[in-house]
Design a protein around this ligand. Structure first.
Ligand SMILES: Nc1nc2c(ncn2[C@@H]2O[C@H](COP(=O)(O)OP(=O)(O)OP(=O)(O)O)[C@@H](O)[C@H]2O)c(=O)[nH]1
Ligand SMILES: Nc1nc2c(ncn2[C@@H]2O[C@H](COP(=O)(O)OP(=O)(O)OP(=O)(O)O)[C@@H](O)[C@H]2O)c(=O)[nH]1
Length: 458
């Protein structure tokens, strides 16, 4: 699991520029799927082989009516609670503001590592702008220019040293890990309490991989499940007034650790943009997903109500068309026990491996049936494919020009794999890699290495 670094700071200091500068060093693993595109406020970074997730906590609290100072203080308190490392971005051009002093006072008391990036120092000659900031008496002060990359490398070199090392908990490996995510008030804590409380499940709490995380383990029908970081969620349920706001860091953290995400939505409120955003995170993280339309007890229904909900969901979250959906009520317990069965179905596909022979047969047939369009007047050649990992199933296919494979053609191939390998409920990744050679799909029937070698011997 990757550590999470949160960027905080007042408006206009250059947080987004900083975020873009740092995250642009990574290779994108996820495709832009129409419908999942939106302002990205988190990204994975790999610096010198060390991975972490950078979150710009600024952008997410849309429709917030609070004044900005309150807003930022909230943002910071959430980052302090949820992130592993905090980066306060300051404006080296406009200098220290009273508000910055305020934030620094809050951050001084934090036991997690805090970095202070003084931005808009566009070169060595501008470093005298730092004096003002030295007077604040904080450690870890870095002059940077997000725009010109000045100082960013030194900053990252030090940052990665402060990241907690990922520790693994092998005892949990065999269990199906479930994360319950959703927007505030969707019914997450009610659902977890139901899942854990009903049927007298054996519940034990085990510390999660992160500080403060508590996972709950339950045993049902001879199987064990880990419900990820239930502590935060269950604790929250006790807060009388619902002032909690959505924490992107919490959601990412759970999604990073889970096999299957249970995406809880409030059917009474309908499907909202924020629900779709959360679904988008789950998609990008490559989790298995199940949609749960909660509070079904309060919905006035006719025979088509559920159908209409599902249709709406399919339309809004096209990128998760493989995720099963079910209406439930955490309050009455309606269909709650069926969730385990649904999660099992998703997991068995999510963790599955299919043989190279079968995979190549599927692709070969698919390519023969529907040839890719020409690339600069030349035929695009597909060689062989193999599954390189599971959770989710990830396939690499060797192609003459990987970049020339059209998005729609890739979708076609993914759908063919889904159909052919019975992987209709899990995300699938298909990666194209460059290769030149003679053994090509559709041209002769030899698709895998074994056969190729045999041919050479002759
Ligand atoms: N000179 C200089 N200008 C910068 C640098 N980084 C950002 N800026 C400018 O500062 C302004 C604000 O940058 P943003 O990245 O939008 O700031 P932000 O903190 O994300 O702002 P909010 O979205 O309002 O919170 C823009 O006009 C940037 O071009 C820098 O390193 N040097
Ligand atoms: N009618 C009805 N109400 C529900 C159901 N599930 C939850 N609620 C109510 O919805 C409200 C929010 O439920 P919570 O379980 O606290 O929601 P949450 O997603 O954990 O909320 P946050 O802690 O804000 O993230 C509470 O008043 C619940 O009683 C349901 O199935 N039916």
């Amino acid at each position: 699991m990757k550590p999470i670094v949160a960027i905080v700071g007042r408006p206009n200091v250059g947080k987004s520029t900083f975020f873009n500068r740092v995250t642009r060093t990574k290779d994108a693993i996820v495709d832009d799927f129409p419908g999942v595109t939106r302002d990205r406020n988190y990204g994975d970074v790999n610096w010198e082989g060390v991975e972490f997730t950078l979150v710009d906590t600024g952008g997410f609290l849309e429709n917030d009516e609070d004044d900005f100072a309150h807003h930022i203080r909230f943002q910071i308190s959430q980052a302090i609670e949820d992130a592993d490392v905090i980066v306060l971005v300051l404006d080296g051009k406009s200098g220290v503001s009273p508000f910055d002093r305020d934030l620094i006072e809050i951050l001084r008391t934090v036991t997690k590592p805090v970095f202070y990036a003084v931005n808009k120092i566009d070169g060595l000659e501008q470093e005298d702008r730092l004096y003002d900031f030295y007077a604040l008496g904080v450690e870890n002060l870095y002059p940077v220019s997000a725009e010109h990359r000045y100082g960013i490398n030194d900053f990252l070199d030090d940052l990665i040293c402060a990241l907690p090392r990922a520790d693994s908990t092998p005892s949990q490996e065999e269990m199906i890990k479930l994360a319950v995510v959703g927007r505030p008030n969707a019914g997450k804590s009610s659902l977890i309490n139901r899942l854990l409380g009903e049927n007298r499940l054996v519940v034990s709490e085990v510390p999660g991989t992160t500080r403060d995380a508590i996972d709950s383990v339950c045993h049902i029908n001879g199987k064990s499940y880990t419900l990820i970081d239930t502590a935060g969620i269950r604790r929250k349920g006790k807060v009388s007034k619902k002032i909690e706001k959505f924490s992107i860091i919490k959601a990412l953290r759970s999604l990073d650790r889970c096999d299957v995400a249970l995406i809880v939505m409030d059917a009474d409120e309908g499907i909202t943009e924020q629900d779709i955003s959360i679904a988008g995170y789950a998609y990008e993280r490559g989790c298995g997903c199940v949609f749960l339309l909660n509070k079904w007890d309060v919905i006035e229904k006719d025979t088509n109500t559920a159908k209409r909900f599902y249709e709406r969901l399919r339309m809004e979250a096209k990128f998760l068309s493989f995720a099963p959906a079910m209406t439930i009520s955490a309050l009455t317990g309606l269909r709650v026990q069926r969730i385990f069965k649904l999660a099992d179905d998703v997991y068995s596909q999510y963790a599955s491996r299919i043989g190279t022979g079968q995979l190549n047969k599927i692709l070969e047939t698919a390519i023969e049936r529907n040839e890719p369009s020409l690339h600069k007047g030349k035929r695009l050649k597909f060689y062989y494919a193999t599954q390189v990992s599971s959770k989710p199933p990830t396939f690499v296919c060797f192609v003459s020009y990987p970049d020339a494979v059209h998005f729609s053609y890739k979708r076609y191939l993914i759908n063919q794999i889904r159909e052919g390998a019975k992987l209709d409920k899990t995300p699938i990744r298909l990666i194209f890699r460059q290769r030149t050679g003679r053994i090509e799909f559709g041209k002769n029937k030899r698709t895998d290495f074994g056969k190729k070698k045999k041919k050479k011997k002759k």
